[in-house]
Write a protein that binds this ligand. Sequence first.
Ligand code: ZN
Ligand code: MN
Length: 463
Amino acid sequence: MTYKTTIGLEIHVQLKTKSKMFCGCDNNAEGVQPNTLVCPVCLGLPGVLPVANKQAIGWTLKTGLALNSKIAEHSKFDRKHYFYPDLPKGYQISQYDLPFLIGGQVEIEVAGDKKIIELTRIHLEEDAGKLVHAGTDSLVDLNRAGTPLMEIVTEPCIDSPLSAKIFLQELRSIMRYLGVSSADMEKGHLRADANISVSADEKLGVPVEIKNMNSFKMVEKALLYEEKRQREVLDAGDKIAKETRGWDDAKGITYSQRSKEFAQDYRYFPEPDLPPFEPTKMFDLAKLKAEIPELPAEKRKRYQSEMGLSLQDAEVIAIDQEMANYFEKTAEIVSPKLAANWIINELKIDGLVKIKPEDLAELLKLIDSNEISGKIAKDVLPQMLETGKSATDIIAEKGLKQIGSEEEIAKIVDKIISENSEIVSSIKAGKTSAIGFLVGQVMKETKGQANPAMVNKIINEKI
Ligand code: ZN
Ligand code: MN
């Protein structure tokens, strides 16, 4: 049987606003003692009134503009009721039928194929607290209660576990470019739940929901496992159960958590303590739009069409804003291809922080002008990192300049030829690939300071 896989994702993105969604409490709980960033509002005490965080709404609208969503003219918050020990009010303030944003698209590249992931909606809500299990006790930390969360829901349009992973990585990148979230999956700043179904015809199969995936790798692994499991169930002539499954990363399997035969009734109703919104009137949308930087998809295109990078290099650089900024600065001075190659393969994270783009460009210019070989440059780079000195200074101090004169190189070539008469005769007999060996010997003799192209040329002339 050939099966079609359909995946939809529901992503919660934690906004890094200064204060929480409906109160003035500090929103950054990292490394903070439990239950210290709380107030009567986020503790859900009776008689308090929530006030919506304008920055969180503005950032949500900006995200919508970046993802081509339609901004709602009328919107409101609603109460979503359920009981859980980490939810002090017994309901979450969320959005039901009038989310801030409707639709939208994210463009991704999967193994060279362009794909558009359609979004259903984006709404804003508050996070719950956190349960910490210690032995037989369960403790609750409400520092996170009331943190603004943007919930992004995709259409069931993702065709493979790999596409799902790449989409999430693209989304992380966009959130970071927009400056609205650190979007770190490992830290729970970006959380993804997936619905996956497998069917033999064009109709959607029975969706199974998967939770507890805390990294991009886990998302892909869990979906691959589930895709295979559902195919096997169908192959055996059985039916897929509509259920929620958890991902057990240690065992590498999904397991049944609860049946979803009956939809939970959250008894949504409009939040009576917050007025409805007219988002298009509340914000200057043109101004918000102007604040959106060039995003990774546009950068990928520009790097290929205008700067001559391969898709693969363009992808690696564009996905990381810091690397992209670094690359663009370096490529103003030296050729983009050379800059990309060095930034991706040699510089690494440490170099991005410690070496300025213009200092890297200075090193690369020396390669371009044949003053040093690429090999010498690779030795110079770690010394720049270590000493903080410029490439020019290190090369002058250590006498690493390339031997440029033909005469000097010719002398060394003569020496190598006389020492390797057997190799020379084999080359003369037609084994031209052995020339590489002689070039290597000359490079060794000159400690890499000869220009390999020139060495090659001279050897060819002499044999
Ligand atoms: Zn509070
Ligand atoms: Mn939610």
